[in-house]
Write a protein that binds this ligand. Structure first.
Ligand SMILES: Nc1ncnc2c1ncn2[C@@H]1O[C@H](COP(=O)(O)OP(=O)(O)OP(=O)(O)O)[C@@H](O)[C@H]1O
Ligand SMILES: [Mg+2]
Length: 385
């Protein structure tokens, strides 16, 4: 195992919803952890889907909502009221898999985002220290705990927006990777993200970062977001019918009627009861022609809006021609994975007898190969850059 010199922060993002940002962040993190890297998942989407995926509804509701478990809201609480700074003592939550930890999400992130857009960015742009402390709050927590706890990689999940929260997390990150699908929205998302991030970086460099360089500013470098995140590449998801995926039929044990909605929505409404049936896996195996057309457009869009704007050295030429990974539709494995809070590639027949079924077994084997290769590609880049 090659060692990392310092904790690296890797964000999964795209300006497009429901393209498996959260699912991919979780699965890639489990892959890193399985290779011995101390990996911390960070849920920075106020929807908290990553937290649900990691801990499940049974744990989530009683523990997190009671305040008995520290989450990102606990970290930010004093900063939010301007009565103190970030709480650097909040520990990571240890997950079942070895080397894998979580900073749970919180709805408080929405309030933090309002604060950032109401005042923090303007304060920082005019050299006011409060603006630096606000904008770097999460980054400082991760940097401090990362070194203190010997973390190798932070894997950060983000919301699909281009709001102030994603602005701070991308300005603080070392790397970002972009999940997408072969459709018009994902391709548009790439353009939006590339352009907006370019504006954020330029603006930050010319205002807050420039002002902080003046020794008379009194601003410590650790309080200033670096604004230099690099684009590592993109991951293409191959499911055939996003509408079916978004509104799949999920039947919960205690419900008399089948529940229509996503597994996570179901968890919230169904309070973590066991999923009995999920009819996601309904694809014919044929690629829809329109998707092939969009698939062909992806590399050049990525090149223009991400590689040429957000890469350096060798990455400019390697990050766009092919994706870092092509991920299949995992069908019912996804539901099992969410129910057990375990990554698809590590599911075994002991976890669920469905893994003995011929089609499902092949699906699991394919997922193992795909995530292993995606893990290799991502780790290779994180280690090199
Ligand atoms: N490989 C897969 N095969 C089948 N279903 C999947 C797969 N990956 C994700 N899903 C399902 O697709 C849905 C959306 O995934 P996910 O929550 O990861 O997307 P997202 O981009 O994070 O969404 P959001 O924009 O809401 O944050 C989830 O219900 C998840 O269970
Ligand atoms: Mg998500």
């Amino acid at each position: 195992m090659t060692l990392l010199v310092r904790p690296k922060k890797l964000v999964f993002c795209n300006n497009q919803w429901r393209i498996w940002k959260t699912t991919l962040a979780f699965h890639c993190a489990t892959e890193f952890a399985s290779r011995g890297y101390k990996t911390v998942l960070v849920d920075l989407d106020p929807q908290c889907n990553l937290t649900l995926q990691c801990l499940g509804g049974d744990y989530f509701e009683p523990n997190l909502l009671s305040g008995s478990v520290g989450d990102i809201g606990t970290v930010l609480a004093k900063r939010l009221e301007w009565v103190g700074d970030v709480d650097l003592t909040v520990p990571f939550v240890r997950l079942a898999q070895e080397n894998l930890f979580l900073v749970p999400g919180s709805l408080t992130l929405s309030r933090y985002e309002s604060m950032l857009s109401d005042s923090s960015f303007n304060d920082a742009a005019s050299g006011n220290r409060r603006g630096y402390l606000d904008t770097s709050a999460i980054d400082r927590y991760l940097n401090f705990r990362g070194i203190e706890d010997g973390v190798d990689i932070f894997v950060i999940d983000s919301s699909p927006s281009l709001g102030a929260l994603n602005r701070v997390l991308l300005l603080g990150a070392d790397f970002f990777v972009v999940p997408m699908m072969a459709d018009a929205f994902s391709v548009q998302g790439v353009e939006n993200l590339g352009l907006q991030l370019e504006r954020w970086k330029r603006n930050w460099l010319m205002t807050a970062r420039a002002l902080a360089r003046d020794p008379k500013s009194g601003i410590d470098n650790s309080e200033v977001l670096q604004g230099e995140c690099l684009f590592l590449g993109y991951i293409v998801n191959n499911f055939r019918d996003s509408c079916k995926m978004m509104k799949s039929e999920v039947h919960f044990e205690h419900c008399s009627e089948p529940y229509w909605g996503t597994v996570n929505e179901g968890r919230r409404n169904g309070r973590g009861v066991r999923i009995l049936q999920e009819s996601l896996n309904v694809y014919s195996g044929k690629t829809i022609q329109r998707q092939d057309e969009w698939r062909q457009k992806i590399p050049l869009k990525v090149k223009e809006f991400l590689s040429e704007k957000h890469c350096k050295n060798g990455l400019v030429n390697t990050s766009w021609p092919t994706p870092l990974g092509n991920i299949q539709d995992s069908g019912q494995l996804t539901a099992i994975s969410m129910e057990l809070c375990k990554a698809v590639q590590f599911l075994t027949p002991q976890d669920d007898p469905k893994l003995n079924l011929v089609g499902t077994r092949e699906l699991a084997e394919k997922a193992r190969v795909e995530f292993e290769s995606l893990g290799d590609n991502l780790l290779g880049l994180v280690l090199r850059y």
